[in-house]
Design a protein around this ligand. Structure first.
Ligand SMILES: [Zn+2]
Length: 391
């Protein structure tokens, strides 16, 4: 059982509970190659104030993908190899939860349907086979996230839950068979990142209104994409990936913060760091070229600008706080194509705490006291950022 990573266990738990939130789903059968299914009708109903149901009437069984995006909140369903019937007109697209419904053909031959939401909603879905009058159907349910069932017993815990709580995913870089950078004294990046991540978790969980999840809390290997999955499936507000840098010159020093770039690296150095951190997946023998189809299409089709903008703001606040406790290698947030920052709907930053290749910094990184200082600085930056966001 140990082979099941925390990431996967959380993921499966989530799947079991909600059916399919943000997961990649496939319907029961496949459409024959070369042919396309027709979407004949979209029926929208509102079984209750907290529940919107969208039924897609289809000419055949299809594969599909369902996922959520935020800023603004929306749910996307990609219907594989499907075209819209020319007769299809959806008149009333507004419900308690939904502002609008849009659709567009993708170059891949898929049909993308986007539900624009009034606020975050939990999506789930299932397929139905023809029976009697009805043909093939795909049913998507949206449930309001705010209106959870009223507690029968009032306990403090539930009172606390009703308030907005920020969920912060903290990712300790590397782990297991992937040690990350190794210092002259043999200090392994994976151990430092875990120690700092755990200290951040304590600080976060101690603060009312904040909660932390770790992508790993032991020395184990987790593929980069699964790290992001843990955060997404828990609907984290922020994602932080903690690392320690290395360079061939032992003189190079200082911390840096990185955000995702869609257009290439902001500097040669940022590119090198991204290549080094992305290489982590080679330990899992998963090629990064086999890009997650969903991610690739999201990156192409939907603007990630808002998430990146927010990540840059978060990053500069974290950097500012880090500058109070350690040297900085870069005073500005750098950008590059980090695999671990590619969640399209979450502000995500990667923090290189210092250089393990620098003996002075290696010593500091090994010190629990310095780790604590770093953790405190990073969390301070996060708090300022989230306070700024509350308008
Ligand atoms: Zn690293």
């Amino acid at each position: 059982m140990d082979s099941l990573s925390i990431a996967r266990r959380l993921f499966l738990k989530r799947l079991a509970r909600y059916g399919c939130t943000a997961a990649l789903l496939t319907g029961g059968g496949r459409v024959l190659a070369g042919t396309k299914a027709a979407l004949n009708d979209i029926r929208i109903s509102q079984p209750s104030e907290q529940h919107t149901r969208i039924v897609f009437d289809l000419s055949s069984n299809i594969e599909y993908k369902l996922f959520s995006l935020s800023n603004p909140p929306r749910v996307v369903v990609d219907l594989k190899r499907t075209r819209k019937s020319s007769a299809l007109i959806v008149s009333n697209k507004k419900t308690n939860l939904m502002r609008d419904l849009r659709s567009a053909n993708k170059s891949s031959g898929d049909l993308r349907v986007v539900f624009d939401l009034k606020s975050k909603a939990m999506p789930s879905s299932f397929s139905l086979q023809p029976d009697g009058k009805s043909g093939h159907r795909l049913v998507v349910d949206l449930h309001s996230k705010n209106l959870s069932p009223k507690p029968i017993k009032t306990s403090q815990k539930q009172d606390h839950k009703s308030k907005k709580e920020y969920l912060i995913a903290v990712d300790a870089g590397h782990g297991g068979r992937d040690p990350g950078a190794v210092g002259k004294k043999g200090t392994r990046e994976k151990d430092i990142t875990l120690a700092v991540a755990k200290k951040i978790r304590i600080l976060i969980n101690r603060t009312p209104g904040y909660k932390a999840i770790l992508t790993r809390d032991s020395d184990r290997y987790i593929a980069l994409r699964n790290r992001v999955k843990v955060a997404r499936n828990n609907q984290a507000d922020l994602f932080l990936s903690i690392h320690a840098n290395s360079f061939r010159s032992s003189k190079v020093e200082g911390g840096s913060v990185y955000a995702l770039s869609l257009r290439g690296a902001s500097s040669e150095e940022a590119k090198l760091v991204a290549e080094k951190e992305n290489a982590s997946d080679l330990f899992g023998r998963i090629s990064l070229d086999d890009k997650d189809d969903m991610l690739a299409s999201v990156l192409l089709n939907l603007s990630q600008t808002a998430a990146i903008q927010d990540s840059l703001e978060l990053g500069s606040l974290v950097l500012k706080q880090m500058g109070k406790v350690s040297k900085l290698n870069n005073s500005k947030v750098q950008q590059a194509g980090f695999a671990v920052l590619k969640a399209p709907d979450m502000s995500s930053i990667l923090i290189e705490t210092a250089f393990l290749s620098n003996p002075k910094e290696e010593r500091k990184l090994r010190s629990s006291k310095h780790q604590q200082k770093l953790a405190t600085a990073i969390f301070s930056g996060i708090k300022v950022h989230l306070k700024n966001r509350q308008v």
